[in-house]
Each structure stands twice: as structure tokens, then as C-alpha cells.
Design a protein. Structure first.
Length: 182
């Protein structure tokens, strides 16, 4: 079951990955051409700390990082497993409310994510996968466990930086996802 406040849980198992590993993966994928800027280096350190404890190996870390940099709502919605999530009780209402909350333009930080989850819990009385899977699907690109919440928390900071491809912010992702639904 998903935690009440995904960003409040410990990072997980101690990460064996460092910013250097994240930089190497980004370079291999053509997402970082030169030496990282100070801001990019800080983001890579944060990504290693947040995702590394949830990645069993380098390929798993690369997979989680890929969710930050590649996002296509139509592709996501076309998957059978996405339809399963979207067909669950209140899934579309969760997405509608998340969209309304994200449209305020505030960056999606750990605190902001907690506020959104709390507002949804209080307003909809949902818990677990009924609440978290639609959010994770729309923002991270797949439904799953808490490691995807960490991907979501990396989005807005990555979107503000200059990588090899533009990173879509949480706001951009929810708008694209909701537009692709209908």
C-alpha cells in the first residue's frame, strides 16, 4: 500500500548510486552533452539519492530516470495497463482534481505534493492505489509504487534546467494527459 505522504518516507535502502552514475546515464542517452552545470550536478545528486535506493541495478536506475525525460501522454494512454488504472473507481475524478490543483502554477515540490495528496484524501476519502495510481500514471507515465512519487518530485526541477531534451513539468504533463483522455 502507498504511504500517506510519499515524500516523507525515507529515501529507501542506501543508494549505491551517485550523481556520477546519473550523469553517465544521461550522457549515454544524449541528455547531457557537456560537463553538467552546477544546477544540473545538484539535480543529479538529488536524483541519485531519491531514486538510487529504489533501483536494484544500473538498468533500473536508467529506467526511472527515463521517466523524467520521456513523456508522451497518448503513448501512455494507449497501453492496456493504463486502461486498467483509468477504469478504476474515481480515477478520472482524481485526475481532474490533480489537474485543477496543478494549474495554479506553483512548482511541484515535496511540500506541494503533500498538500495535493492531503486535499485529495480529505475531499475524496480515497487511499492506496485508487488515489496514487492515477496520479503516478498521469505524471510519471506508469502506475506503480512509491519510487514513481520520487520521479514526480524530480520533474519540475528538471524542467527548469537545460538538458538534451526539454523536460515536461508536472503541470505540462497533467494538461497533456487530460487532453489526450478525450
Amino acid at each position: 500500500m502507498a504511504p500517506d505522504y510519499p515524500s516523507n518516507v525515507p529515501v529507501g535502502a542506501a543508494s549505491v548510486f551517485t550523481a556520477r552514475d546519473v550523469v553517465a546515464i544521461l550522457r549515454e542517452r544524449g541528455l547531457l552533452a557537456a560537463e553538467p552545470s552546477l544546477e544540473q550536478q545538484v539535480w543529479c545528486e538529488q536524483a541519485a539519492a531519491m531514486l538510487g535506493g529504489h533501483a536494484s541495478d544500473r538498468a533500473a536506475l536508467a529506467d526511472l530516470l527515463g521517466l523524467v525525460f520521456h513523456y508522451d501522454a497518448r503513448e501512455i494512454i494507449s497501453r492496456v495497463e493504463s486502461h486498467v488504472v483509468l477504469s478504476r473507481y474515481a480515477a478520472r475524478e482524481v485526475l481532474r482534481r490533480v489537474a485543477l490543483l496543478l494549474l495554479d502554477g506553483k512548482a511541484l515540490t515535496s511540500e506541494r505534493f503533500k498538500e495535493i495528496v492531503t486535499a485529495l484524501k480529505d475531499g475524496m476519502e480515497l487511499r492506496g492505489r485508487e488515489l496514487f495510481h492515477p496520479i503516478r500514471l498521469a505524471l510519471a507515465g506508469r502506475a506503480g509504487e512509491g519510487e514513481l512519487d520520487r520521479v514526480i518530485l524530480l520533474l519540475d526541477e528538471a524542467a527548469a534546467l537545460s538538458f538534451g531534451v526539454p523536460v515536461k513539468s508536472a503541470r505540462e504533463r497533467i494538461v497533456e494527459f487530460c487532453s489526450a483522455l478525450d
